[in-house]
Design a protein around this ligand. Sequence first.
Ligand SMILES: Cc1ncc(COP(=O)(O)O)c(C=O)c1O
Length: 522
Amino acid sequence: MILAAVDDLLFTSKIHAAAKQRGVDVVFARSPEEFLAQARALRPALVIFDLNSQRLQPLSTIAGLKADASLARIRTIGFVSHVQVALIEAARSAGMDEVMARSAFAAKLGDILAKGPAFDVYRIRKDFPILRQKVHGKPLVYLDNGATTQKPQAVIDAMVRGYAEENANIHRGVHLLSERATKAYEDARGTVQRFLNAAESREIVFVRGTTEGINLVAQTYGRQRIQAGDEIVLSAMEHHSNIVPWQILCEETGARLRVIPITDEGELLLEEYEKLLNERTKFVSVVQVSNALGTINPVRQIVEKAHRFGIPVLLDGAQAVSHLNVDVRQLDCDFYVFSGHKLFGPTGIGVLYGKAALLDAMPPYQGGGDMISSVTFEKTHYNVVPYKFEAGTPNIIGAIGLGAAIDYLNSIDRDWMATYECDLLAYGTEALSQVANVQLTGTAKEKAGILAFVMDGVHPHDIGTILDQEGIAIRTGHHCCMPLMQRLGVPATARASLALYNTREEIDALVAGLDKVRQLFS
Ligand SMILES: Cc1ncc(COP(=O)(O)O)c(C=O)c1O
């Protein structure tokens, strides 16, 4: 949806025609008052201004838009009829994101509109067939994306095509189908490499998911390098899959866990983290985005502080990859793990990124086919990375599906997606904080995708069950973070977790459902 404050007839018809051609909805505002009312009601992905329009008072209208916190993130593009430096500067200082000459705007109109609908949520929703379902006779409101995300048709098609046209085992066959399957699997590795901005594709190991990635590092790197008396630093908001593998290692080696404490809002206490680092610390493993709180941790700083002591860092990116742009080289983390199913891809496939030098030096995780270069009964020579860590037939079609999920995400303007998600989270936070007897858990300044809460006098499971009757899927319980629940002093919370296809109307449905819960229990 695009909102245009343009009253020049020629441009109005040009925008109309270009929008129609691209299937983009466009609405024209005829007055400043109408413009702001439409912006509030329609939440457009983009607004276009004719800066020379007298009637639409562009400068004060933009200032009005930018002054409203809920509208300020909407992208604004203005055009001017000739180079009018003072007007351009005034538009910029009123908060306009981009100002273009009229001729350049006309030439780029197609591109501008193509970018706009790239974040039209209603269009995005059409890509996800499951979202058309009804549950208990009500339209499905899927707010359990932290547990797993839905899959776009492009992923489903890629997997069906994989089985229908390319299915064969990989790496070992000389026949055409095997070559095709091998290429598709290795292409998916390349797609993941570019997605994470890893330096080399051999730094991408396909695993079953985040859980297996962490276990792999604990059982290889950990067993090789961690000894009695050593310390492993985690945070108080870790998922069990980033606690238990390290605990197992501690039981095996005599090492011990140290835990970075958090504030009541759900933010890591960085000064306490620094105090935990010393010559005994041999590993740091922390979550980038908490699944139970939504907190975005300052992982770049965490890595940097650990590296000062020469300590490697693993980042659990399970909840981060679907919301944030991740650049492992910029983060400089040593390991990064995520699950395909939380990134709009299939279950049973995930990624362990590791710096090549570390992976090279690590012993294998499991033994079997494909992870060897030669075997005799006396001695086995292992394959090079990443194959050394991919024993047995891997999840070939899963990897292809994951590659398709990343391709799908790459077809969307990620900056716009982030802006949209940020706005949706702010809307949800505001809406939930207005519901009587509801308290949000996790109110960190930097958050992504999670609205966790408790309601006075109502167990989260009851909230979840009643909402289910309304067609609303949320998660309730300890979210595999029992130590965090203990820290928060609650046995469980209710959690609505958002993805790029969720809407404000779905948040409104959640709020209406919670009102029902409250009435039932009052
Ligand atoms: C932060 C975090 N880490 C790890 C995991 C485990 O992911 P998986 O079950 O896909 O291995 C999850 C799953 O919810 C998670 O949210």
